[in-house]
Design a protein around this ligand. Structure first.
Ligand SMILES: [Zn+2]
Length: 303
């Protein structure tokens, strides 16, 4: 599958950090932040003078955007929040959130006025964003199925479709099909767990049903499934021959087999050209349809 080259648009804001994050953000990261000087603004960013050899991209296979608060993200309009866009319909993965190979971080030197910096591996930061509880892990070491405890489901974003991979300086070398397939299987495992959970709740009476929420329905919709707790409605027409309800997009009634739109029925494969001719559809129309639909067959018959 071809993947579109992407624009490394989010690079500059990620190239350094400033002082305080919120309590929650500090707890979410292994990086020791400067806790005693919240006026500190880090500006001596060595990355401004070096072109990264590669980037670490955080990608998303889910159609849900993820916002992750981390103190090492340069504050933008919405603060120290890292936004990994949703995967757009028809795309293999989302546009990535890009982190340079090395990010310069401020270092406290006890007893010194100097503000030092040290380089932190961009891969470490990416992993810190996707699953802070496993700082040395990556997309290949994460377990596909969560074990007995779902306690860290909320922070382990590998299970919600995220993963990181290195990419070239201009964003080439997008993640391999293998790594994307793994991310999809993890996401689907999560959705299946949510569906199971909703099924259990739906059997527990009204109190259970009330606990079924957006995430459960999102999981059901992902698979296009209808459940009593997630009924999907489809606009229906009535067959003008037998009265059977049929989707507005249907070209042929599956009950009485009446074709409602020959052009579409032949294009959809619900009717053949021979049937169209036998059915006494206007000759010119049938020939026209035959000409179009038969092009391939005729080409195959040529010696
Ligand atoms: Zn019918």
């Amino acid at each position: 599958m071809g993947s579109k080259p992407f624009q490394p648009i989010m690079v500059p804001p990620n190239a350094g950090i400033v002082g305080m994050g919120t309590q929650k953000a500090r707890q979410g990261t292994e990086i020791k932040n400067r806790e005693h000087n919240d006026n500190f603004i880090f500006t001596g960013d060595a990355n401004l003078r070096h072109t990264p050899a590669y980037y670490v991209g955080i990608f998303n296979v889910s159609d849900q955007e993820q916002r992750i608060e981390r103190p090492w993200v340069m504050p933008g309009k919405i603060g120290k929040v890292l936004i990994v866009p949703a995967c757009e319909p028809g795309q293999r993965v989302s546009r990535p959130f890009l982190i340079p190979d090395i990010v310069q971080m401020p270092v406290d030197r006890v007893g010194s006025w100097e503000l030092g910096t040290r380089g932190v591996d961009g891969k470490f930061l990416a992993q810190d964003a996707v699953n802070p509880e496993d700082p040395s892990g990556n997309s290949k070491t994460v377990r596909t199925v969560l074990e007995t405890s779902l306690a860290n489901e909320g922070t382990n974003l590998y299970h919600l479709g995220l993963f990181w991979a290195t990419c070239g300086p201009t964003g080439e070398d997008a993640p391999s099909d293998e790594i994307v397939a793994l991310a999809i299987s993890r996401l689907e495992a999560t959705y299946n767990r949510w569906i199971d959970e909703a099924q259990t709740l739906s059997m527990a009476g009204p109190d259970g049903v009330r606990q079924i929420g957006h995430t459960h329905r999102m999981a059901a919709n992902y698979f296009g499934r209808s459940f009593t707790w997630n009924i999907r409605y489809e606009k229906k027409n009535q067959c003008d021959n037998c009265g059977n309800p049929m989707p507005v997009t249907a070209s042929r009634c599956y009950q009485c087999k009446k074709v409602t739109n020959w052009t579409r029925a032949i294009a959809d494969g619900t009717a053949t050209v021979e049937e169209a001719i036998k059915a006494g559809v206007m000759t010119a129309q049938a020939e026209d349809l035959g000409k179009r639909a038969g092009k391939k067959k005729a080409a195959q018959k040529q010696p």
